[in-house]
Ligand binder design. Structure first.
Ligand code: NAD
Ligand code: DAU
Length: 336
């Protein structure tokens, strides 16, 4: 049976990818995840025991990673690398775990796939390209120069450079993808969309950073997963693919839409302290992925996807409520 090692497979997008792989293919999946505050092992419950296992451990643990990668001996076996510290605001408070996991952890993984000659797909972010002006007609492409703004995006950029160097210098068989902002079930309540939905569900106020003119390019996590699978299957070794679904929206529009969909006055939110160094706009040109690999997103409407996401959070209070008070206390301490 073909085997995948999925790092960070207990996180928001990694767990979505694990479900995608198990439901659409006959692979065996081993998840390697340190189960940090951001993990949701609940998202992996009820998976088939003969095709799935979870190893709790750190991607920077060279011995553990070497052992797990060394078991990938079949021709189609691969590592799919999602594990990361993923939240910009946390990286502004304490960059240290971002350097350790995103850079040192990726280095450990690269050394293991080099030693055992195993295929790797490295999952990254559009934030490595910095930001765009609101009226810039260009979107990010595979050729946009790197210009990261935050400790998080700089650590992801560093990891991308390591992967590219290992491809060129050591012949490591890796592909890379840089995706835009994801939404969907199981996203931690620290992130923008779940934070606002759960604020409303908990009877609190919706919080918009600064003026809210900042634009993000939204894609459903299921479309990210299908794109990563497509790249794993058909991508050219050494190539980078940008993943996006033409979903640009200002934060102000998203906040108003959440309030409307939840039956509230769309003007019923607070402007709070802005994020330091806040990127203005991200926008992905996914032409290469669509034309060369034939990928298309299946979620056509952001409104529909957001409405379903709201329903999901309303039905999963037992999962997010224990995380909510601590997350909000940390934001409140910063005036956010
Ligand atoms: P997440 O924070 O929800 O999950 C990260 C997972 O990695 C968690 O399960 C955590 O326990 C695990 N992890 C963290 N440090 C680890 C370590 N040292 N060893 C093993 N496991 C560790 O993140 P996410 O939003 O699902 O993002 C997954 C990947 O996708 C990241 O690489 C991120 O940069 C990238 N990405 C995210 C988005 C987005 O919108 N969320 C967009 C583009 C790219
Ligand atoms: O672009 C891809 C990136 O998207 C990923 O690499 C990151 O892992 C992921 O966290 C996300 O980064 P952002 O910083 O764009 O996402 P976040 O959900 O933190 O914020 C989205 C936007 O909403 C951003 O402009 C900041 C704003 N915001 C955020 C929060 C938490 C608010 O206005 N209010 C809030 O309460």
């Amino acid at each position: 049976m073909r085997r995948l090692l999925v790092t960070g497979g207990a996180g928001f997008i990694g767990s979505n990818f694990v479900h995608h792989a198990l439901e659409h293919t006959d692979v065996h999946v081993t998840v390697l995840d340190r189960l940090t505050y951001a993990a949701s092992p609940e998202a992996l419950h009820a998976l088939p025991g003969d095709r799935f296992d979870l190893v709790v451990g750190d991607i920077a643990d060279e011995q553990l990673v070497g052992d797990l990668v060394g078991r990938l001996i079949g021709p189609g076996d691969a590592v799919v690398h999602f594990a990361a510290e993923s939240h910009n605001d946390n990286s502004l408070h304490d960059p240290s775990p971002f350097i350790q996991t995103n850079i040192v952890g990726t280095f450990a993984l690269l050394e293991a796939v080099r030693r055992h000659d195993v295929r790797l797909h490295h999952v990254s972010t559009d934030e490595v390209y910095g930001d765009l002006e609101l009226d810039d007609p260009q979107r990010f492409t595979e050729h946009t120069p790197y210009r990261p703004s935050s400790p998080y995006s700089a650590s992801k950029a560093a990891a991308d450079h390591l992967v590219r160097a290992w491809v060129r210098s050591f012949g490591v068989r890796a592909t890379l993808s840089n995706c835009s902002n994801n939404y969907g079930p199981w996203q931690h309540v620290e992130k923008f969309i779940p934070r606002q939905i759960t604020n409303v569900l908990a009877g609190g106020r919706v919080k918009l950073y600064g003026s809210g003119e900042n634009v993000r390019d939204w894609i459903h996590a299921e479309d990210h997963s299908s794109a990563v699978w497509t790249i794993l299957e058909k991508g050219q070794v050494g190539a980078t693919y940008l993943i996006g679904a033409d979903g640009e929206r200002s934060n102000l529009d998203v906040v108003r839409l959440i309030l409307e969909l939840m039956g509230h006055d769309p003007g019923d939110f607070d402007h709070v302290v802005d994020r330091a160094g806040h990127d203005l706009r991200y926008a992905i040109d996914p032409t290469r992925l669509r034309t060369e690999l034939g990928w298309t997103p299946s979620h056509g409407s952001f409104e529909e996807g957001l409405a379903r996401t709201i329903q999901w959070y309303a039905a999963h209070r037992d999962w997010w409520e224990p995380k909510k008070a601590g997350t909000e206390a940390a934001y409140a301490a910063k005036g956010q």
